[in-house]
Design a protein around this ligand. Structure first.
Ligand SMILES: CCCCCCCCCCCCCCCCCCCCCCCCCC(=O)SCCNC(=O)CCNC(=O)[C@H](O)C(C)(C)COP(=O)(O)OP(=O)(O)OC[C@H]1O[C@@H](n2cnc3c(N)ncnc32)[C@H](O)[C@@H]1OP(=O)(O)O
Ligand SMILES: NC(=O)C1=CN([C@@H]2O[C@H](COP(=O)(O)OP(=O)(O)OC[C@H]3O[C@@H](n4cnc5c(N)ncnc54)[C@H](OP(=O)(O)O)[C@@H]3O)[C@@H](O)[C@H]2O)C=CC1
Length: 515
């Protein structure tokens, strides 16, 4: 019997951000390995016109929960949605619901955050710092709370080259910043944001670092641990390989590459693509929850969940495997054949963006206009280039993260738990993982049927023929232009034509001779 799975049996667990990518996987793993848990409280807000119940039942009916439902038939009874909005006071939770949470909660997993890179500082502060502060205050009043697990990111201190499993002080006191932001207007906040975040690339990483400071400062007597994952990718093994449900991190660009939008990407090919599978992160998280509750370390322990130091995969390897997978299992309705390469300097990046991204988009939009359709390609390309500019910081640098605590924890697990809650990234085969990642994006994110692969391949062959025809016509036009203008070009042209003629006549003669 798994010690960790048994620990969660009978427990009342609160998950914030349960409707998110990682929150869902956390919920699924808990329900599948500890079906005798008492209840999972999930903070949910109405979204896109859907009520709480509609969102939750839609979420529980997605493929991710199929296995859990087999093991835990009364899965819906285990889930207790609670209305919440992290931007509201007391997280928008009603008095009755709050009373229930304060009375029964044993474990908190705080996943909720805004992960957008371009959020205004006020919004990022609200979600990643103030909401955390309010949750900590709530936790301090919980009668049966055993452990509080906070999700940060391995990039919260991306301004450093080597990052230890410690909380680094921030230049500005979080409380002072929160008080100032309250009365400053948006234009001033926008102006001071670059100075505040200093050499961090965005408000996301900055507010995640502030969130860690707040967790430390307002820890009181709480038993807390912090998880710092790097780039969380599709699932590796559980509940099945390749599950992913959003466009964050590499996902959007992998789609762009598969659809033939992305033909060049400025990256340091030999830089480490520090991707970790979501199920590996969740296995570590559940092991940390158990270890922290049972052993109650004297101080807040930070756990890095990264792959670069233990089992590095380079961007060039990842990119190559992405293209190879889409060669075998192409995405449907591709704009062009998947074909991409890395650029390593600003000039070639600018040149290739113009030649292989914007020019084809403008020509295609022109074709759409000619055929009476609404142009959209240039807009899509600009959005992709904006996303790339947001991710540029992360794909052109490498970091070293220590993993002492994570390795210590691995040694504390029984053999059975090391299998059931495997977070040893050294077991990961990157080729197999990347292939499943791309197939998962095709099946679960784009909802494409694998039976459509032959048709998708035919579409790519048609695109290839159009590409060759276009290049041939372009070449002839340019060549014709030169021939009209230079004797040298004419001589070369006549030489080539006569050579082809001689070859053809020889070929025809030899084939006649054979008969
Ligand atoms: C041999 C050689 C081979 C060579 C091969 C060469 C290459 C071969 C292939 C290459 C393969 C490998 C490549 C690896 C790349 C590097 C990955 C690095 C990840 C680093 C992350 C590390 C951070 C640490 C991780 C963390 O700690 S946290 C998680 C990370 N956080 C994020 O990743 C949030 C990012 N995103 C945003 O920050 C916002 O999304 C924003 C982008 C501002 C847009 O913002 P905006 O323009 O406002 O757009 P939206 O409003 O968001 O959306 C508006 C509309 O665009 C849609 N759309 C939203 N997004 C995306 C998106 N991406 N891509 C596409 N569409 C998107 C959305 O569906 C909506 O469509 P609609 O609904 O309108 O129809
Ligand atoms: N994905 C990654 O690569 C990494 C993620 N992390 C951290 O892991 C955690 C989860 O990330 P991930 O699952 O990818 O993020 P998602 O964006 O998928 O999920 C974010 C969650 O937060 C909730 N949320 C956002 N805003 C609000 C709000 N105003 N009120 C209530 N709930 C809100 C979302 O709810 P709703 O569904 O209603 O929007 C969603 O459940 C975050 O703390 C992130 O910083 C760390 C490193 C890497």
């Amino acid at each position: 019997m798994s010690v960790i799975a048994a620990f969660y049996g009978g427990k009342s667990i609160l998950i914030t951000g349960a409707t998110g990518f990682m929150g869902k996987v956390l919920m699924e793993k808990l329900l599948r390995t500890s079906p005798d848990l008492k209840v999972i409280y999930i903070l949910v807000r109405p979204k896109a016109g859907q009520s709480l119940q509609q969102r939750v039942s839609q979420m529980m009916n997605c493929k991710l929960f199929e296995k859990a439902k087999e093991i835990c038939p009364n899965i819906f009874e285990k889930i207790r949605p609670i209305y919440s909005d992290l931007t509201k006071p007391d997280l928008g939770i009603s008095k009755e619901d709050l009373e229930e949470l304060l009375t029964h909660t044993n474990i908190i997993f705080h996943c909720a955050a805004t992960v957008r890179f371009d959020d205004p500082l006020r919004h990022a502060l609200q979600l990643n710092v103030i909401a955390t502060q309010q949750l900590l205050f709530m936790a301090s009043q919980m009668l049966k709370l055993e452990v509080f697990i906070h999700f940060s990111t391995a990039y919260s201190n991306c301004n450093l080259k080597h990052i230890d499993e410690v909380i680094y002080p921030c230049s500005v006191e979080p409380k002072k910043l929160i008080d100032s932001v309250e009365w400053l207007d948006d234009s001033i906040i926008e102006e001071i944001t670059p100075k505040l975040i200093e050499n961090r690339p965005n408000t996301y990483t900055y507010t995640k670092a502030l969130g860690e400071m707040v967790v430390y400062q307002e820890r009181g007597n709480l038993n807390i641990a912090i998880i710092r994952p790097s780039i969380v990718g599709a699932s590796w093994q559980e509940p099945f390989p390749g599950w992913v449900d959003n466009l964050n991190g590499p996902n959007g660009l992998i789609i762009a590459a598969g659809k033939g939008f992305l033909h060049s990407l400025k990256a340091t090919p030999k830089a480490v693509a520090d991707v970790v599978p979501v199920d590996l992160v969740i296995n570590l998280t559940l092991a940390v929850g158990w270890h922290t509750a049972v052993h109650r370390p004297k101080s807040i322990l930070i756990y890095h969940c990264t792959s670069g130091s233990l089992n590095p995969c380079l961007w060039t390897d990842l990119g190559f495997q992405v293209l190879a997978t889409f060669e075998k299992a192409p995405l449907e309705k591709a704009f062009r054949r998947p074909n991409a390469d890395f650029t390593t300097n600003n000039f070639s990046t600018y040149l290739w963006n113009t030649i292989s991204h914007m020019a084809p988009a403008v020509m295609y939009d022109f074709y759409l206009r000619l055929t009476g359709r609404k142009p959209r390609m240039a807009k899509l390309m600009n959005r992709m280039l904006k996303t790339i500019s947001m991710l540029d910081y992360f794909i052109n640098r490498s970091w070293e993260w220590s993993s002492r605590n994570t390795e210590m924890l691995m040694s504390q697990l029984s053999n059975e738990d090391q299998k059931l809650f495997d977070f040893d990234v050294r077991h990961l085969n990157w080729l197999e993982y990347t292939e499943n990642y791309c197939l998962g994006i095709k099946k679960y994110l784009l909802k494409e049927d694998m039976a459509g692969i032959p048709a998708a391949k035919r579409h790519l062959r048609m695109l290839r023929n159009i590409h060759y025809l276009f290049n041939t016509v372009l070449f002839l036009i340019i060549w014709r232009f030169f021939i009209a203008r230079s004797q040298m070009a004419r001589n070369v042209w006549y030489f080539v034509v006569s050579l082809c003629y001689k070859f053809l006549s020889y070929f025809r003669a030899s084939s006649t001779f054979r008969h």
